[in-house]
Design a protein around this ligand. Structure first.
Ligand SMILES: [Zn+2]
Length: 183
């Protein structure tokens, strides 16, 4: 290999001074190897950083679909907050605006007793257990035939727990819920 201060001319193979601007033998320009020149180092750095950046970038864009599949799997593992229909009706009676904020769009696991079952099989009412004269409760909208089959096995007044998402809150209709699961 080259001795200190000397190098091999890439054109003619003679030993020349590394600092020489051109080869005294053949006249070829004595270029430092690309990677030893500042511009070469800068270009290599830029390329390396660019490659790392594109990896990081593709990693970032990969994490988007991954992220959405994460959130999709989270939707399958929804955290349901447990309430009784009793306390939901109390909240609504005390302050409908607060009840709306507390329950609307929330995933809840609510317990109560089975009220009216819609003859069309579209919904049933889940009523408070502490008020036998209650006319309002949670209107539970049946989402599929499996849920309907479960409800058909039950009788009015049966204690039950339903999981789902509250879709509506109001003084007149009380609560509406789309059923995820009947327990
Ligand atoms: Zn030369």
């Amino acid at each position: 290999m080259s001795k200190d201060g000397m190098k091999t001319c890439p054109t003619c193979g003679e030993q020349i001074a590394a600092s020489a601007k051109s080869c005294p033998n053949c006249g070829a320009k004595n270029k430092k190897p690309f990677f030893k020149r500042p511009i070469g180092i800068i270009i290599i750095l830029v390329v390396v950083i660019g490659v790392i950046g594109s990896f990081a970038g593709s990693g970032g864009s990969d994490s988007d679909p991954a992220g959405s599949s994460d959130s999709a799997s989270k939707e399958k593992k929804i955290e349901y907050t447990a309430y009784s229909v009793n306390e939901m009706m109390k909240d609504l009676d005390e302050n409908a605006a607060n009840a709306d904020e507390k329950y609307r769009d929330k995933y809840v696991e609510i317990s109560g007793k089975l009220g009216t079952i819609d003859s069309e099989g579209d919904y049933f009412d889940l009523m408070p257990t502490n008020d036998e004269f209650a006319v309002l409760g949670v209107t539970c909208n049946i989402q599929n035939d499996d849920q309907l089959a479960q409800i058909k096995k039950l009788k009015k007044g049966a204690k039950m727990t339903v999981r789902g998402q509250i879709t509506d809150v109001g003084e007149v209709i009380a609560y509406s819920l789309d059923i995820d699961e009947i327990k």
